[in-house]
Ligand binder design. Structure first.
Ligand SMILES: Cc1cc2nc3c(=O)[nH]c(=O)nc-3n(C[C@H](O)[C@H](O)[C@H](O)COP(=O)(O)OP(=O)(O)OC[C@H]3O[C@@H](n4cnc5c(N)ncnc54)[C@H](O)[C@@H]3O)c2cc1C
Length: 424
């Protein structure tokens, strides 16, 4: 995937190189730099939209959290390229016309295609600013998402500018085709497929069950659920048609395999929305889109598997613990929690461990305690042949990153650590 994206960027540079007319004049140099940064920024916007189009092959192959990280990192580069493009174009024009920068800017903005591009860049900058860590912490998820929708008009404005510009003489038709393809993918997978799924599966809440302090399981029933092909380890985006929840779609992993036309999630009350889930009544309509995520059996490369769950990260691990193929002694689950009363789905985990002769260890204690049960030596003590395992890991971002590093130090190759963070 990364190689394809880099290959596309290389092709864009080749298109640019084929158009360059060598010149040592300052205005020509600025114009050339503006062309290159503009082409790469246009390509970058297209890639960012593609990464978020929820194309199943990409979602399942890469994983939603990794896609979101690539999208965020790519967004920063695109903004830098757009800034560079605007600056080089402005300086090139100012030098060519012998104008000061302010007058040049005023004149350039008089051209409709350039005004459109400037507006598009402004919208993308707003999206970038609200995605910066400091701003994101202060904004609700819905507000952040609302601002993010500006990406679509921004991309349309940018595209209009690109078609009006001189950069696409060679491959203009290909550029338009690539944009049209991404637009179709976005409409199909983010609008048509969810509506089709809602009509086909007609999901409703069957039961809400207490699992522990602040944690409930929600069982949902519906029709033709096998067609979803939801695998243990995956998640869906759930919209509960309840007075105060319908406006948001929350990601929750399946905490049990799909069974008899029922799906189950297990939810920890963390914020306003997840807290309301415990009040859902049987019969409430549900719209779930997905499945998403790459934390599935397909990742496995070894006979022995170690599952590590931190807190509510137990949900996908619970489903994998039951379903991953394996003989006695080949599966081990480590479940990290602050204290015994925070353990959820415990009876199920113990029944699965006993039935499959699988290892199950609870690693209890505060996360800032002196002893870290997920440190390399502690992991090796619990699982002596650790380096022979595939490791599936799920938990909050801090735990997932620290444990990933500990596993690598303990000799597990990075390619055999399959992790998912409960944050985008
Ligand atoms: C792939 C994935 C799988 C998950 N699986 C589970 C699970 O099985 N059980 C469980 O208890 N939790 C799970 N979570 C976490 C759960 O989605 C959040 O706790 C929940 O969305 C918080 O919503 P809130 O509005 O109550 O909390 P808030 O306090 O509003 O938000 C808490 C955090 O959740 C993020 N968040 C809020 N709404 C969304 C949204 N619509 N999409 C993405 N992130 C959002 C916020 O940005 C913030 O970082 C999962 C998260 C992800 C990304």
């Amino acid at each position: 995937m990364r190689a394809s994206v880099a290959g596309g960027a290389g092709a864009v540079v080749l298109v640019w190189a084929a158009q360059v007319r060598p010149s040592a004049r300052l205005d020509a140099l600025f114009a050339t730099a503006a062309h290159l940064t503009g082409l790469l920024a246009g390509y970058g916007v297209l890639v960012l939209l593609f990464l978020m189009a929820r194309v199943p092959a990409v979602e399942h192959g890469v994983g939603a959290d990794r896609l979101a990280r690539w999208h965020a990192a790519g967004g920063k580069h695109v903004l830098l390229l757009l800034g560079g493009h605007g600056l080089f174009a402005l300086l090139g024009y100012a030098v060519h016309e012998g104008l000061d920068v302010l007058t040049a800017a005023r004149e350039l903005l008089g051209y409709p295609a350039l005004a459109a591009a400037a507006a598009g860049t402004g919208l993308l900058a707003a999206v970038g600013l609200t995605s910066a860590r400091a701003a994101r912490r202060r904004l609700s998820h819905e507000a952040w998402r609302g601002v993010h929708l500006l990406v679509y008009p921004a991309a349309a404005l940018g595209f209009a500018h690109q078609l009006a510009g001189p950069d696409l003489d060679l491959l203009g038709w290909f550029w338009a085709l690539a944009h049209a393809t991404v637009a179709v993918l976005l409409v199909w997978y983010r609008a048509v497929v969810p509506v089709r799924q809602a009509l086909r599966h007609t999901l409703r809440v069957a039961e809400v069950r207490d699992e522990g302090p602040g944690v409930v399981s929600v069982v949902v029933y519906g029709a033709h659920l096998a067609e979803l092909r939801a695998e243990p380890g995956q998640f869906l985006r759930w919209r509960f048609l309840h007075r105060r929840l319908w406006h948001t779609a929350l990601p929750f992993s399946l905490s049990a395999p799909v069974r008899d036309d029922t799906l189950r999630i297990t939810v920890k009350a963390l914020g306003g929305h997840s807290r309301r889930i415990r009040r859902l009544r049987p019969g409430t309509r549900v719209i779930a889109t997905g499945p998403f995520g790459a934390l599935t059996a397909a990742r496995r490369t070894r006979a022995k598997v170690l599952l590590i769950a931190g807190g509510v990260g137990i949900t996908p691990m619970r489903a994998l613990f039951e379903t991953l193929p394996g003989g006695p002694g080949e599966l081990t689950l480590l479940y990290r929690a602050g204290a015994e009363e925070h353990l959820v789905l415990r009876a199920e985990l113990e029944a699965i461990a006993a039935g499959r002769q699988a290892g199950l260890h609870y690693l209890l204690g505060p996360s800032d305690g002196a002893y870290d049960p997920l440190a390399p030596q502690a992991l090796r003590a619990l699982v002596p042949d650790l380096a022979e395992h595939d490791v599936y890991l799920c938990g909050p971002p801090g735990l997932a990153e620290a444990t990933s590093a500990a596993l690598r130090r303990a000799g597990v190759p990075a390619g055999r650590i399959h992790s998912e963070c409960f944050s985008f």
